[in-house]
Design a protein around this ligand. Structure first.
Ligand code: ATR
Length: 288
């Protein structure tokens, strides 16, 4: 951590989100009001940390007396390797997005997977346990976590799609062998294969980075979507991605990644502080 200035300037800063870049993270705007409302005299800040500097950042935070931090792109794997202990969720998902500093130990947790499960339940009224799922971009970091959570929840069928289809073999193997998934199929982004997979699922999740930019292509052809589908886009900025706009037109139920952000945040809060935050306050902080 090159600039530990926050220690002197903000003596109450005891929680943070670290990433690179980090300017646009919405985490402080949901955590801070929830901390205030619960009566904690603590500040939650953003800290920009370059790759390779996560260890020195953690050491500095421990020195200052931080409670913990959230970890976002691109540090979720680097952070895991620096932990003394991992929770079952972190082990299963193979990455950490939440760290607790406790009695000289770094405890790594992952609230992304459980956050997705809560988000799907809240947004669509269905548990992942009962949904056949198609995950677009399943070979990426976020996609892998989402696929693993679907397997852990016992989703009856999981279709994994990725542009670079070779990335899917080890993921499919891990879903069936380590997480008890029953039916796992892998496919590329071939249009006919996507159409077949889409016709066999209830829930389609986009975890590719397509949708972040206005002129991005759709992650699957619009003709694959129908009113029977639930469509979840892990992207939340813009709130209505081109995929969600098409899905809305066709009458699918839709939701964006803001609910996953919200619920992973609530799970992290409870992990650090031992009490649930007010979810309504967090939601309001996100403008949701
Ligand atoms: P994150 O950790 O946020 O998931 P990532 O690991 O870089 O980010 O993954 C991005 C995902 O979006 C990958 O699945 C990537 O596909 P590849 O594995 O083939 O790279 C997918 N992706 C990115 N740009 C894409 C594009 N133009 N078309 C299809 N998939 C794309």
């Amino acid at each position: 951590l090159r600039d530990p200035a926050f220690a002197e300037e903000m003596p109450n800063a005891k929680l943070a989100v670290i990433g690179y870049p980090i300017k646009h993270s919405a985490s402080p705007q949901m955590h801070q009001p929830a901390l205030d409302e619960a009566g904690f005299d603590l500040q939650y800040i953003r800290v920009e940390v370059e790759p390779g500097e996560v260890d020195s950042c953690f050491s500095e935070m421990e020195r200052i007396g931080f409670i913990g931090c959230n970890v976002t792109v691109p540090h979720k794997l680097e952070a895991m390797a620096l932990c003394d202990e991992l929770t079952d969720d972190a082990k299963a998902l193979g990455a950490t997005n939440t760290i607790l500093f406790k009695q000289g130990k770094r405890i790594g947790h992952n609230s992304d997977g459980p956050g997705l499960a809560r988000a799907v339940l809240e947004d669509f009224g269905k548990s992942l346990t009962e949904l056949r799922v198609l995950i677009l971009g399943a070979g990426g970091g976020a996609g892998r976590a989402i696929a693993t959570q679907c397997a852990r929840e016992g989703a009856p069928a999981i279709y994994l799609s990725n542009r670079t289809v070779e990335k899917l073999d080890p993921i499919a193997k891990s879903l069936t062998e380590e997480h008890g998934a029953k039916l796992v199929y892998t496919l590329s982004t071939d249009e006919a294969d996507l159409a077949t997979a889409a016709s066999r699922v209830d829930l389609i999740i986009n975890s590719t980075s397509l949708g972040l930019k206005e002129d991005d292509a759709l992650p699957l052809p619009a003709a694959c979507l129908s009113a029977k589908h639930m469509v979840y886009d892990a992207v939340y900025n813009p709130p209505v991605t081109p995929l969600l706009a098409e899905a809305n037109k066709l009458g699918s139920k839709t939701s964006n990644g803001l609910s996953m952000l919200l619920h992973q945040g609530a799970i992290s809060f409870a992990f650090w502080l031992g009490q649930e935050p007010c979810i309504t306050t967090m939601r309001r902080g996100l403008g949701k």
